[in-house]
Design a protein around this ligand. Structure first.
Ligand code: KIV
Length: 264
């Protein structure tokens, strides 16, 4: 069944948990879609996981259009959400609209995601009014890594928690259909989830959000640069990949590959 923005919003009302994972290219996107995951996010984490940068900051609009187009070709049922990269929406409402439009027209996005609260409300509202659904993103928003001084847990002090709640309400009021909450205390995520009508999707935000998202290469045990505490390993593919590559190299060197049945 095709998942839409409407069905994601209805899931909160029905008390059904929302499942979400990231994808950057067609192969993984196909696995994720056929597993029945509700939301595929083309995350700007592509900059770290796919392109090898230390942060998401260098990711460009052209990068995101390319990744979105690759994922689009494999996603049949899931809702396809695409991240707006750093500085593609912060400068002005006009730039935000133009860039969100590119992700929809050229990348096949059904919704875009942008980071921030009250400071991005004009951009968020303009996208929604132009017919582009928006997913918000609050808490440890990776595009602000330099302001935070690292990928640190947010919303820990009572004042920071109050600001986050106000941002969440502002994002909802501006028309977002859902909100990612990243790396914040579970109790705060539960409070925000309870106060919002739109669904929250947590990553490192405890179990009481309306859904969960992880970076696919993290949960499959492929991305080894760092492993946040909130990642559960559902596979250890890096080990399998290394074993396979070493075996291939050994067999080529030993003349054991290819065999007769693999030759013409
Ligand atoms: O870029 C990304 O992958 C994300 C998710 C981790 C929420 O924003």
């Amino acid at each position: 069944m095709k998942i839409t923005v409407k069905s994601i919003m209805a899931m909160k009302q029905k008390g059904e948990k929302i499942t979400a994972l990231t994808a950057y290219e067609a192969l993984f996107a196909g696995f994720i879609d056929s597993a029945g995951i509700d939301v595929v996010l083309v995350g700007d984490s592509a900059g770290m996981v796919f392109a090898g940068h230390d942060t998401t900051i260098p990711v460009t609009m052209d990068d995101m259009v390319y990744h979105a187009g690759s994922v689009r070709r494999s996603v049949k049922n899931a809702l396809l959400v695409v991240d707006m990269p750093f500085m593609s929406y912060q400068v002005s409402v006009e730039e935000a609209l133009r860039n969100a439009g590119r992700l929809v027209k050229e990348g096949g996005a059904e919704a875009v995601k942008l980071e921030g609260g009250r400071s991005v409300v004009p951009q968020l509202r303009a996208c929604v009014e132009a017919g582009i659904p928006v997913m918000g993103h609050l808490g440890m928003t990776p595009q602000s890594v330099h302001r935070f001084g690292g990928f640190l847990t947010q919303g820990k002090s009572p004042e920071a928690a109050r600001m986050l709640l106000e941002d969440a309400l502002a994002v909802q009021e501006a028309g977002a259909f859902s909100l990612v909450l990243e790396k914040i205390p579970a109790a705060l995520a539960a409070e925000i989830t309870q106060k919002l009508e739109i669904p929250t999707i947590g990553i490192g935000a405890g179990v009481h959000t309306d859904g969960q998202i992880l970076v696919t290469q993290d949960m499959l045990g492929m991305y080894e640069k760092f492993k946040p505490k909130f990642v559960r390993l559902y596979a250890r593919l890096a080990e399998d990949i290394r074993t396979a590559l070493n075996r291939y190299a050994e067999e080529v060197r030993a003349g054991a590959f290819p065999a007769d049945e693999e030759s013409y």
